[in-house]
Design a protein around this ligand. Structure first.
Ligand SMILES: O=P(O)(O)OC[C@H]1O[C@H](OP(=O)(O)OP(=O)(O)O)[C@H](O)[C@@H]1O
Ligand SMILES: O=c1cc[nH]c(=O)[nH]1
Ligand SMILES: [Mg+2]
Length: 211
C-alpha cells in the first residue's frame, strides 16, 4: 500500500473548517466537494492516457487523451456520495459504480446493503471514495469487492484516516496489488467508540443529517 498525505495550506485550512462542529451541513458539503477536487489532483496522477493528435490554430501537435477502458469511481454510501461530484468533475470520462456499506456500531464490522458494480473490473483503474478511514473495515471490504472483480489498480481517496485503520488496510492488502491511499490528513487515533480523534464526527450525519 502506498500512502499519500496531501500537504497543502488550502487543504489544511478547509479541513479545519470541516472539523469545526459549528460548521453547518450546507458549508460542510461544499467543503467536502472542494477538498476532493484538491485530492483528486494527486489521486489521478497515474491515470492512463495515450497520445492524441490535434491541430491548434498555429500548428499540428500531439497531446494526450484519457485511455479506455475508462476509470471507474466508486463512492461508498452514504458519506462517499459527498465526494462523487468533485471526483467526476476532474475525471469526466469515468463511469460510476456504487457500494452501500454501513459500519455496525457494536461490532464495527462493515455490512453491505447495496452493490452496483460491474462484474468485471479487469484493467480498470478504480477510485474508491470514502471520507473516513477509521478501523479500516469498510475500506478493506470495498477493496476486496474491487479485487475479486479483477481490479489491480485501486486508489482510495479519503479525507481523514486513523493510523490504526491504515495499518489494517496495509496488512489486508499486503503485496497483492498496487493500492494507493490518498488522504487530506492522518489523525491521532481512534477513541473507544472507534471514532477518529480529533476527526470531524460522523461524516454521513454531517453531510446528510441523522437517520
Ligand atoms: O473504517 P471504519 O471503522 O469501517 O469506518 C468508516 C466508515 O464509517 C462511516 O460510514 P457509516 O458506517 O457511518 O455510514 P454512512 O456513510 O451511511 O454514515 C464512514 O463513511 C466509513 O464508511
Ligand atoms: O470518526 C468516524 C468514524 C467512523 N465514521 C465516521 O463517520 N467518523
Ligand atoms: Mg455514518
Amino acid at each position: 500500500m502506498r500512502l499519500h498525505v496531501a500537504d497543502h495550506p488550502l487543504v489544511a485550512h478547509k479541513l479545519t473548517v470541516l472539523r469545526d462542529k459549528n460548521t453547518p451541513s450546507a458549508t460542510f458539503r461544499l467543503l467536502v466537494d472542494e477538498l476532493v477536487t484538491l485530492l483528486a489532483y494527486e489521486a489521478t496522477r497515474h491515470v492512463r492516457t495515450h497520445p492524441h493528435d490535434i491541430e491548434t490554430p498555429v500548428t499540428a501537435t500531439t497531446g494526450v487523451k484519457l485511455s479506455e477502458p475508462s476509470p471507474i469511481v466508486i463512492p461508498i454510501l452514504r458519506a462517499g456520495l459527498g465526494m462523487l461530484d468533485g471526483m467526476t468533475r476532474l475525471l469526466p470520462t469515468a463511469e460510476v459504480g456504487f457500494l452501500g456499506l454501513l459500519r455496525d456500531e457494536t461490532t464495527y464490522e462493515a455490512v453491505t446493503y447495496a452493490n452496483r458494480l460491474p462484474d468485471d473490473l479487469t484493467d480498470r483503474q478504480v477510485f474508491l471514495l470514502d471520507p473516513m478511514l477509521a478501523t479500516g473495515g469498510t475500506l478493506v471490504a470495498a477493496i476486496d469487492y474491487a479485487l475479486e472483480r479483477g481490479a489491480r489498480d485501486v486508489t482510495c481517496v479519503c479525507l481523514l484516516a486513523a493510523p490504526e485503520g491504515l495499518e489494517v488496510v496495509e496488512k489486508a492488502v499486503g503485496d497483492r496489488v498496487d493500492v494507493q491511499v490518498v488522504v487530506a490528513a492522518v489523525d491521532e487515533r481512534l477513541n473507544d467508540k472507534k471514532y477518529i480523534v480529533p476527526g470531524l464526527g460522523d461524516a454521513g450525519d454531517r453531510l446528510y443529517g441523522i437517520v
